[in-house]
Structures are given as structure tokens and as C-alpha cells.
Ligand binder design. Structure first.
Ligand code: GUN
Length: 281
């Protein structure tokens, strides 16, 4: 079984991005910039944002974090986003989710100009992805896609089963696999005969948020299994896949942690650089 080393693959991607930033710097005399807006004091969000800044600096991007207390009003956030939309030194804008309840997430997402939407959450980017046009692609499914392509460069005709239908993961993942000519089944927590659906998959992407849902007897021999889950349980953080059981059946499997997670941040840096490149055309 191939243990898909997301840490190593993300580190290789960051090295490539670092070289690219250096080339862009000599060509344009400036570097891509990522601005992250962090609202409130949620510990996981603070950790993510810190990691994003560290990685951005590592590859040579300009990186800013703008922090607000959780009591901040929506108007201030929307005004700040509009200011960043017009700031030439900012290539990418990310507002860390989740947001406090009094701030309308959709309004925030739609205020970010699509050309700086490094999350790929704006409806224009969602539409472009589903139409097969060039667009920002949400970082986690993009990371999953790159991991799958490392194991199997030609996905044409493969049967893929996506578990989870979120805007963040399941839906964009489906679009990426469709673009590669996979036959994709989207399943979710209400799907009947989920085990039988999974057994048909040459590729399984589990992004449903149910600890160790995917068991060894749910997986076809030699399938590629990508585990997006991060679930807090009594025995610590576990994925959506039962690692011990599935590792005995699958051709390749991502661990949790150290699989998809590191790829997400590397893909955010990639998206920032791609936004910069489009803006220079
Ligand atoms: N919070 C957890 N994951 C994400 C993400 O991918 N983007 C944003 N903006 N917030 C998040």
C-alpha cells in the first residue's frame, strides 16, 4: 500500500512555488500578496491563519493578516474587503471561516472580487469551475486532486465516489474529477446503500465529517482513497476513513494528519500566485 505523504508532496509543491515567485519577482519587480482577514478568537482559526502566513512567507509571498474582534460589525468588514479589492499590492483575499453569526457569510464571499478570490468560493468562480473554465478552485479539493494525480496521472474512465456534498469540498471535488473524465457518484450522509456505492469506486474521496465511516469492506481492492476528514474523538483526531482496515485493501491512502491538510495551505499559495499571474495579463 502506498501511504500518500501529503507533507512531503506539499513541501515539494512549495519548493516549486518558491521558484515561481522568484521568477515573477524578476519579471514584474513585485511579488504576489495574500491578505487574510481573521475575525474573533477561535483557536483552530488562529492556528490555520498563522500557518498560512508562515507558508506564504516561506515561498516569498507578501502576506498580511488583518484581525478584528468577534464583535466587529458587518459593514466594517465589507468596506475593508472593497478597499483590498482596489489595492494593487493585494493579489488574493481570504476571510477565515467560520464567521460570527451576525456576519452574513454569503455577503462576505460575494464582496470579494472574483479575480482575488483565492478560496474559489465566489459564485462566479463556482460557475466557471462547473463550466470547465479557468477559475480559482477551493484549496482542499485542489489538494486532493493533486494527490490523486500523483498516484494515477490518467483518470479517464475511472469510477470516482465522492462522499460529502459541501460547497467547500464535495461539489468542487466532483467538478475536478469530471474534468478528468471520471464517472463521478456524489454520495452523502443520507445516501442509501452507501457501502455498495463506495465499493464501485476506483477512487474514493471521503469528506463527510463522520469519524471512520469508510470501513475495509467498503473499499474495492486497489482503490485510491483520500481522507478529508478531521474529526475530534475520544482517541484523538481521526479521519472519515478507518485507516487500519482500509490500508489493508487500498492501493493508496492518505493518513490523518499528514495527508490532505498540508496540501490545502500549499494550494492556497498556488491560488494566490495564479491570481497574480492572471492580473498581470
Ligand atoms: N476555514 C476552514 N477552512 C477554510 C478555507 O478553506 N477557507 C476559509 N476561508 N476558511 C476556512
Amino acid at each position: 500500500m502506498i501511504l500518500i505523504d501529503g507533507k512531503k508532496i506539499a513541501s515539494e509543491l512549495r519548493e516549486e512555488l518558491k521558484k515561481e515567485v522568484s521568477l515573477l519577482k524578476s519579471k514584474y519587480k513585485k511579488v504576489p500578496g495574500l491578505t487574510v482577514i481573521l475575525i474573533g478568537e477561535l483557536a483552530p482559526s488562529k492556528i490555520y491563519v498563522k500557518n498560512k502566513e508562515k507558508s506564504a512567507n516561506e515561498v516569498g509571498l507578501k502576506s498580511d493578516i488583518i484581525k478584528y474582534p468577534h464583535t466587529i460589525d458587518e459593514k466594517t468588514i465589507l468596506e475593508k474587503i472593497k478597499e483590498l479589492n482596489n489595492d494593487e499590492s493585494v493579489s488574493g483575499i481570504l476571510v477565515q471561516l467560520p464567521l460570527p453569526k451576525h456576519i452574513d457569510k454569503q455577503k462576505v464571499i460575494e464582496t470579494i472580487i472574483p479575480s482575488k478570490d483565492v478560496d474559489g468560493f465566489h459564485p462566479e468562480n463556482v460557475g466557471n469551475l462547473s463550466s470547465g473554465y479557468d477559475s480559482s478552485v477551493p484549496c482542499t479539493p485542489l489538494g486532493c486532486y493533486l494527490l490523486i494525480k500523483k498516484i494515477e496521472p490518467n483518470l479517464s474512465g475511472k469510477k470516482a465516489v465522492v462522499i460529502g456534498r459541501s460547497n467547500l469540498n464535495g461539489k468542487p471535488m466532483t467538478q475536478l474529477l469530471l474534468k478528468e473524465n471520471c464517472t463521478v457518484t456524489i454520495t452523502h450522509s443520507k445516501t442509501k446503500y452507501l457501502k455498495e456505492e463506495c465499493l464501485k469506486g476506483d477512487i474514493i474521496v471521503a469528506a463527510v465529517g463522520i469519524p471512520e465511516l469508510v470501513r475495509g469492506d467498503w473499499v474495492k481492492k486497489d482503490a485510491i482513497v483520500i481522507d478529508v476528514g478531521i474529526n475530534k474523538t475520544d482517541k484523538g483526531i481521526v479521519g472519515d476513513v478507518n485507516f487500519d482496515e482500509v490500508s489493508k485493501v487500498a492501493k493508496a491512502l492518505t493518513p490523518v494528519p499528514g495527508g490532505v491538510g498540508p496540501m490545502t495551505i500549499a494550494c492556497l499559495l498556488k491560488n494566490t500566485i495564479d491570481c497574480f499571474k492572471r492580473s498581470q495579463k
